[in-house]
Design a protein around this ligand. Structure first.
Ligand code: PLP
Length: 348
């Protein structure tokens, strides 16, 4: 069956497998190589090698573009930011992933940080921009951007528009189909899904942008490792099942958090695996996150196990994020076990 006939769930399971042949494995092996025989597309493993081809194949098919794997999500965003020159005008979310914001703040650019859920303000900022960087939902504020409208406006302004699709995954949003030039991922989160590696990707349909992003990867060297590539493909095989289960857990936990007397506010955009809820102050939130027995007190998100943390414990987190905000990454455990633990931690 042509892969274009397959739904994303089937692509997650089947894309990127080796050609079927008698006695052949169903999965690509873990290739360990630095030099490759001359005559192929790459002779040196920094420029391309079989270790990450299955990964780029499956991500490219899921996002419907051509994928380049990077050593981390931030390596992928750094490659995207290399597309604009000094003094460029860049629009980005004021509550985006703080590492991405810090990367932009290091650059000699005019940085316009906006609330991407305020469409009018975002549209004004996009006028005259060279690069529009979007993240939706934002991390950890969970604001939703009107992607079709903002992408269209960016294109009208002849800006490059890139979307960090980490929180949505290609199963919940496909920004390239909305006209985005580039999509990036922290594969470290939901895509790999097991809290055991750091990896990233950039995906585009533009041959020009692809070759510029690839040149950046070739020359800066932020390439994925063979084992991480293998494990990420393996994680993607179950992405849809993990996502469905974590979403049904998150929907129920959000409903109960909204009713809980100690919870001032709970945010859940209706999809994805992250809930951000707000307690009265930093001390209380810190105590609660350190009182859980099943939900692990840890950073990061998107693993099969539930984790939580108070985001403002990091100095780089913007002060407009409430000090008592807890970011809960919902895993695939039994929801009643999760609730019993969250409820006892809230009382602790
Ligand atoms: C974690 C994260 C990143 C950074 O990815 P790394 O793989 O940690 O480098 C970028 N964007 C979002 C939304 C993230 O959650």
């Amino acid at each position: 069956m042509a892969s274009t006939d397959l739904s994303p769930e089937s692509l997650a399971v089947h894309a990127g497998r080796p050609q079927q042949q008698p006695g052949g494995p169903l999965n690509s092996p873990i290739f360990l190589a630095s030099a490759l025989q001359p005559g192929g597309t790459s002779e040196y493993a920094r420029h391309g090698n079989p270790a990450w081809e299955p990964l780029e194949d499956v991500i490219g098919q899921l996002e419907q573009g051509s994928a380049l794997a990077f050593s981390s999500g931030l390596a992928a965003s750094a490659a995207v930011f290399s597309l604009v020159h000094d003094k460029a005008v860049v629009v980005a979310p004021n509550h985006g992933y703080n590492g991405t914001t810090q990367q932009l703040q290091l650059r000699d650019i005019e940085l316009r940080l906006v609330d991407v859920s305020d469409t009018q303000t975002a549209l004004s900022a996009i006028e005259g921009a060279d690069l529009v960087w979007l993240e939706s939902p934002t991390n950890p504020a969970l604001e939703i951007a009107d992607l079709p409208v903002l992408i269209e406006a960016a294109k009208q302004s002849a800006a490059i528009v890139a979307v960090d699709n980490t929180f949505s995954t290609p199963l919940r949003a496909q920004p390239l189909l909305l006209g985005a030039d580039v999509v990036t991922h922290s594969l470290s989160k939901l895509m790999a899904g097991h809290t055991d590696l750091v990896l990233g990707a950039a995906v585009t349909n533009s041959p020009d942008l692809f070759s510029r992003l690839k040149q950046h990867r070739d020359l800066h060297g932020a390439i994925p490792g063979a084992l991480e590539s293998f494990l990420t493909v393996r994680g993607i095989r179950t992405l849809h099942v993990r996502l469905d289960r974590a979403e049904s857990n998150a929907t129920e936990l959000h409903r109960r958090l909204l009713e809980h007397p100690l919870v001032a506010e709970s945010r859940y955009p209706g999809f994805g695996t992250v809930i951000s809820f707000v307690l009265e102050d930093a001390d209380q939130a810190q105590r609660v996150t350190e009182s859980s027995k099943l939900v692990t007190y840890a950073t990061s998100l998107g693993g099969v196990e539930s984790t939580w943390e108070r985001r403002r414990r990091f100095a780089a987190e913007p002060e407009t994020i409430p000090a008592g905000l807890i970011r809960l990454s919902v895993g695939i455990e039994a929801v009643e076990d999760l609730w019993r633990d969250i409820d006892q931690a809230l009382r602790a």
